[in-house]
Design a protein around this ligand. Sequence first.
Ligand SMILES: N[C@H](CCC[C@H](N)C(=O)O)C(=O)O
Length: 274
Amino acid sequence: MLLHFYKMTGAGNDFVMVDNRDLSLSSVLDRETIEALCDRRFGIGADGLIAVEPSQGKGGIVRMRYYNADGGEAEMCGNGARCFGNFAAALLHHDKTAPLPFETMAGVVTATFEKDGNVTVNLTNPHSMQLFVLNADPTVGADVHFLNTGVPHAVAFLDKLEGLDISRLGAYLRYHEAFSPKGTNANFARILSPGHIAIRTYERGVEDETLACGTGMTACALLHAVLTDAPSPIQVDVAGGDTLKVGFQRTGDRFTDVTLTGPADLVFTGDIQI
Ligand SMILES: N[C@H](CCC[C@H](N)C(=O)O)C(=O)O
């Protein structure tokens, strides 16, 4: 069959977007097909695939299904959610002066559309904050923080991000026994100034560095806020070159009203035989 797709990028984290509101694609979007579509040499090439599906009556207008490049489904994707907001708004002819709530495996997420073209998503409340003192790799150091911002994230704060072997260090944390059996995404953050950090991320299910990771940058920003008492919002420089904004309400180490704001752009559309 011929699959019509839209290729989008959220600050360099890129996705194949498909319209599955009639669920006609459900029988063909299996793990192998999604992996093939995301392959950078033999397919369209992307960090993941995102499908618009009908609401399950859980508070959203539609439902977002997120699949990593390896074809495995994940609970949430922050950059993908921002792209989903623009994609679903276009499909639904949604009035962008109004928020667009949609369902994810992590809960209901709401997209709002900024005048400058950026998209803001309200993320589900983060949980499971923990400090792990690992028998660590000397580069990563001992203290590794953990926070689930819809998906699991390990965070190491380092003095330098340039020249890091992200593939090796990322895989070390991603597969560390402390985070088994589901594993975790691995983030490396550097404080540039109070309230301004830079990050690099190795993503679970991509099994490599991505140019941005929305839930990852959110985890790093919220941990920075707890560790330094920095107020909302936190500016985050990502490897793809963009600076995104993380907003929140904080009481101690508990967060509500967490938002992620940044670009969500269409790159091209096309058809591919699957
Ligand atoms: N790879 C992640 C899901 C996508 C997260 C990332 N692309 C984002 O923007 O939040 C995981 O398996 O937990």
